[in-house]
Design a protein around this ligand. Structure first.
Ligand code: CP
Length: 333
């Protein structure tokens, strides 16, 4: 049985197949692939886009979505094996995953890290446990990667740039008042490398390098399929001739959960906001962000409101790529 936990588990032709189907949905194709079927959408964290687009996408495929707020409407859950459950958790994933699997045909999960211990969080323990015990396919709606967002970004880039192989992709850290999850940055690395792009990762300080699991995967993908990966702190070199700019803020992993120590490194990126002056250094690049996004902190109004900005299109693509994923997984024998 196939899950959609990370694009790293899917080949480039398989992902292109999903993107082609998503493009067809965007062009008006219809499907009743979920007729008589259901999907559980389990949210441990807030959402606007993911929740709406999965619910509506399931409806458009003829299915039914049940949205579960796992931080208020369901029983607190335990995910670790062998635990003496004398704390707040009332049930174990070994039961909840198998019970839900009897009601629905797909389970989708959003669960961000708790920002306590990256050594634990980097194993993605909650969705991994769900996938181990569920007997229906599991879809990642964002944990420490955000694979649906990756596909939405790639669909937008292919629409604007054509074949992206060999194109210059800038993933730039941008300011934010709080240290954030690395999921979207990890995912941007995975999808750009999988599709053969030349990646420049712009960070204010070496402590913002992403986990080796994703840096290493990106190195492997470009070695196998073309493209390159370069990490830099040089703003001018990073923007020079870029074809696509992707903005994301994230917390430095060496200070995971102990953020006070990150402050001097974060200060080095104080002027990393994307401005018209920076965009003028690019090759007339397109620019995007996963949303939600703080205007004039991460990206200046003049850039967000320019034709180069494709964040709205990327968010719209979430509906189409998720319909393609649900159709694909629901169609398994
Ligand atoms: N980009 C994204 O996943 O948006 P939401 O957090 O609103 O779902």
């Amino acid at each position: 049985m196939r899950n959609f936990l990370s694009t790293a588990d899917w080949s480039r032709p398989e992902l292109q197949g999903v993107l082609d189907r998503a493009a067809a949905f965007k062009d008006g194709a219809t499907s009743r692939a979920l007729e008589g079927k259901s999907i559980a959408l389990l949210f441990f964290n807030p959402s606007l886009r993911t929740r709406s687009s999965f619910d509506i996408g399931a409806h458009q495929l003829g299915g039914h979505a049940i949205v579960l707020d796992a931080k208020g409407q369901t029983w607190p859950m335990e995910f670790t094996d062998g635990t003496v459950m004398d704390g707040t958790a009332e049930e174990h994933v070994r039961e909840s995953a198998r019970v839900l699997s009897q009601y629905v045909d797909l389970i989708a999960i959003r669960c961000f890290p708790d920002f306590v211990d990256w050594k634990v969080e980097r194993e993605d323990p909650l969705i991994t446990a769900f996938a181990a015990h569920a007997t229906v396919p599991v879809i990642n709606m964002e944990t420490i990667v955000h694979p649906c967002q990756e596909l939405a970004l790639m669909l937008a880039m292919q629409s604007r740039l054509g074949d992206v192989a060999g194109k210059e992709f800038l993933l730039t850290w941008v300011p934010h008042p709080k240290p954030l999850n690395t999921a979207v940055a990890n995912s941007a690395l995975l999808i750009a490398s999988k599709f053969g792009m030349n990646i420049r990762m712009l960070i204010p300080d070496d402590v913002y390098r992403l986990d080796e699991r994703y840096m290493g995967a990106a190195e492997n993908f470009v070695a196998e399929g073309g493209g390159s990966l370069k990490v830099t702190t040089d703003v001018k070199a990073a923007y020079d001739g870029a074809d696509a700019v992707y903005a994301k803020s994230w917390g430095a992993l060496p200070f995971f959960g102990q953020w006070d120590g990150e402050a001097p490194s974060r200060a080095k990126g104080a002027d990393f906001m994307i401005t018209p002056e920076k965009m003028a250094m690019t090759n007339n690049a397109v620019i995007s962000h996963c949303l939600p996004m703080r205007r004039n902190v991460k990206i200046a109004d003049a850039v967000v409101d320019s034709p180069a900005f494709m964040g709205i299109e990327e968010a719209g693509n979430r509906l189409h790529v998720q319909k393609a994923i649900m159709e694909n997984l629901a169609g398994q024998a």
